[in-house]
Unconditional design. Sequence first.
Length: 440
Amino acid sequence: MADLLLGQTLAFDGNPMTDGPGVARHDRTGAILIRDGRIADMGDGDTLRQRHPQARVTDYGRALISAGFVDAHAHYPQTAIIASWGKRLIDWLNSYTFPEEMRFSDPAYAADIATRYFDLTLANGTTTVCSYGTIHPESVDAYFTEAQRRGLCAFAGKTCMDRDTAPGGLRDSAQSAYDDSKRLLERWHGQDRLSYVITPRFSPTSTPEQLQALGALWAEHPDCLMQTHLSEQTDEIAWVKSLYPTARDYLDTYESHGLLGHGGLYGHAIHLEPREVDRLREVDASLIHCPTSNTFIGSGLFDMDGLTRAGHRVGLATDTGGGSSFSMLRTMAAAYEVAQLRHRALHPAELWWLATAGSARSLLADHRIGNLAAGMEADIAVIDLASTPAIAQRANRAGDIWEAIFPTIMMGDDRAIRAVWAGGREVTLSGRGPYKNPTL
Ligand code: GUN
Ligand code: ZN
């Protein structure tokens, strides 16, 4: 049975960051036809109704039918410690993150958090996440098991840390990181809609031997993505310099171990040297902007304008739980605010593209997710553009679609998500209920 969804549709025929907002395609009375997990047809609502009279119709009225959001960098194991107060990166890792990540040695705990995490991301309209696990292979099994059960397109990898800068109990070795990553890759990569991502956490918690081993694994599996962190905070950069005294710069610690290339995802990438900017562009690497994290942990202001002008491939991400939200709407708002502080006003078309097709492109997956077009996998978010009184009264004044969308970008949250479809099936949104804590 095919499903015909009616509403306002928003899709992209190009990249608005380089080609302008005119590449967005908005249809006030649009429709998409979903069959066998894919978008089989798209166009005007009346036309599609006539062309597909047997399809089951869901009429979303004035709501916006968009590709589901794509979160290009998150740490699902940090779900329960999101919004932890008062620390900058290194202290935040030691005080909150590492103790929480130790709990993932228990597969039952990992399974609980994976379930909770996908409840929350789907309730926020996010249909694909590229996540870090913990050092425990079981954390990746839990994530992929849950994503597979829900029919999601999902990316993840085992976080690797073998240096004594990481706490005992949260360390692997160069060899075990290679072996475990390889085993997980062979088990999960390409299963259904799942992709394995080789994941050294960042240079300060890996030995050169571990970076080399993971570089070798990437060379053996060049169809996999590789994700890590780069130049998030100035203290972190100084730390890298002290740990790798012969490296030309932070990026060189990856480059000299086979961890720089196309399909490499570099989270944050804020305080870059000119050589790093040039090399990242030369290899067409992906830079992942995590704006709520960068303000929450006090990291700095990503140079969206300069980097996109220079032709960099940029994705957008929550960086949960360093980021302070599960919502890609909230993340778009933060990206807008960070760019404003650098004197660049990102257009709503650019923000929406970054949260969908742009992030998919950063994951080298824009041929199958992140946009609405015939042949694409049917991951859909249906957005109510009047989800709260504050948003509705502003949207009522809108003169065009961008003015109608922008209040939801700036003030919207999970209440704006009317429906979600993943892999061609409607998702039951269960992440809205409160998680009860008996001690509160
Ligand atoms: N750098 C290394 N690990 C992390 C992490 O978990 N979160 C953030 N924001 N930065 C990191
Ligand atoms: Zn991160």
